[in-house]
Design a protein around this ligand. Structure first.
Ligand SMILES: [Zn+2]
Length: 380
């Protein structure tokens, strides 16, 4: 399946809409609605869990062994921890990210009943003319930050009168910029770029009237950044699950900046041998630029599915992301490569028919030499 400029345009458009819709963990209803509307437009059926995780279905020639591709809709964010005597807000992070990247961020505080206020996250010592060199020596911690509200308030009571409360959700302005040469700068590319890549694959499959070999579910979760990930209700019958998330660009990493990175292991252990190599083989056959990498401080939706007690084959495929959980940047070519890999994956036959059931016969269980090989050394 070849992609063209329409697919590129769609990917950019849907990504821009996703990034413009705030969705820190715990405040994901709007982005769930956006994705559901998009699935309606594409003619894809879906169901929701109580809290809004989405399971969309691409019906296959056969139902089992079913597959899933999965990405998360929630992002990092912050929360009002307290109201300071000067009327400004103490903040704590939602998800795991450094306060270093919060300094200077424009924010919207989302309070009860749809009340929203704008502001800026600042270090406690923010004025050069007052603090001089103390600005550079103050610690870099969340407790050293406050939100300056764009509202007339000089004390805690006045801030409360605005309708702001402890526990209100703070969305960080993503500062999205699509450059003409394909670079995309924005916060929250993790994992909205992954969501956009999956939706682009779905659109291509629907428009080109491709019937997947087996049922394929597209799962969109809502609490990955706080460690929950895929819930059991989403993937009851799934035998193979491919997580779509970011691959970090950093010294010592092998992330493919303009292509796909196949993760071989993350904090939760090695990914499925056969599924991982199946994806690598598709990349090689289809000439999709790619690399392999290992992540140390990383946990994806797939890990949550395994920890929930499911026996399924999992893999993690990544778009390139520079400065993850900070000032993130990716490239459109990396996202397109990811979409193409997903499309070819959906078209490919299932790995093992015996995977239809959780428990089955030896039948087409993989042969030993698929992993062990023969070697060349004489054994006495
Ligand atoms: Zn992520």
């Amino acid at each position: 399946m070849q992609f063209d400029s329409n697919d590129t345009q769609y990917l950019q458009d849907i990504l821009a809409r996703l990034l413009a819709t705030p969705s820190p963990s715990g405040m994901t209803d709007a982005v769930v609605r956006l994705v559901c509307e998009e699935l309606d437009n594409l003619g894809v059926k879906y169901e929701l869990t109580r809290r809004g995780a989405i399971r969309a279905t691409l019906p296959g020639k056969e139902k089992l062994p079913a597959r899933a591709v999965i990405a998360h809709l929630d992002t990092l964010g912050a929360l009002v921890k307290g109201i300071r005597p000067n009327g400004r807000l103490e903040v704590v992070p939602i998800g795991f990210w450094s306060s270093r990247f919060a300094e200077g961020a424009r924010v919207v505080i989302h309070s009860d009943h749809g009340v929203a206020h704008h502001g800026t996250i600042l270090p406690l010592k923010a004025s050069g003319h007052t603090y001089n060199k103390e600005i550079d020596t103050q610690p870099c911690e969340w407790t050293q930050l406050e939100v300056r509200l764009d509202a007339r308030t000089a004390n805690a009571a006045e801030t409360r009168t605005l309708g702001i409360n402890v526990g209100d959700t703070i969305n960080i302005d993503p500062g999205t910029v699509f450059a003409p040469n394909g670079f995309i700068n924005s916060r929250h590319l993790d994992d909205k770029a992954g969501v956009a890549a999956i939706l682009t694959m779905i659109r291509a499959v629907m428009q080109k009237r491709i019937t997947p070999e087996v049922d394929c579910f597209a799962l969109f979760t809502i609490s990955e950044e706080v460690g929950v990930g895929a819930s059991h209700v989403l993937h009851g019958d799934v035998a193979e699950m491919v997580s779509v998330d970011n691959g970090t660009i950093a010294p010592g990493q092998y992330t493919c900046e303009y292509g796909v990175t196949i993760a071989m292991q993350d904090s939760s252990g090695p990914f499925d041998w056969h599924l991982t190599r199946h994806l690598l083989a598709i990349c090689a056959e289809q000439k999709i630029e790619h690399s392999r990498d290992v992540f140390r401080f990383y946990r994806s939706d797939a890990a949550a599915a395994l920890e929930a007690g499911n026996d399924l084959r999992t893999a993690l495929i990544c778009f390139a992301l520079d400065a993850s959980h900070g000032y993130e940047r990716t490239h459109i070519d990396s996202l397109l490569a990811l979409s193409q890999l997903l499309a070819h994956y959906v078209e490919s036959p299932p790995l093992f028919k015996r995977d239809r059931a959780a428990i089955g016969p030896l039948a087409d269980f993989p042969p030993a030499d698929a992993q062990l090989g023969q070697g060349t050394e004489d054994v006495l």
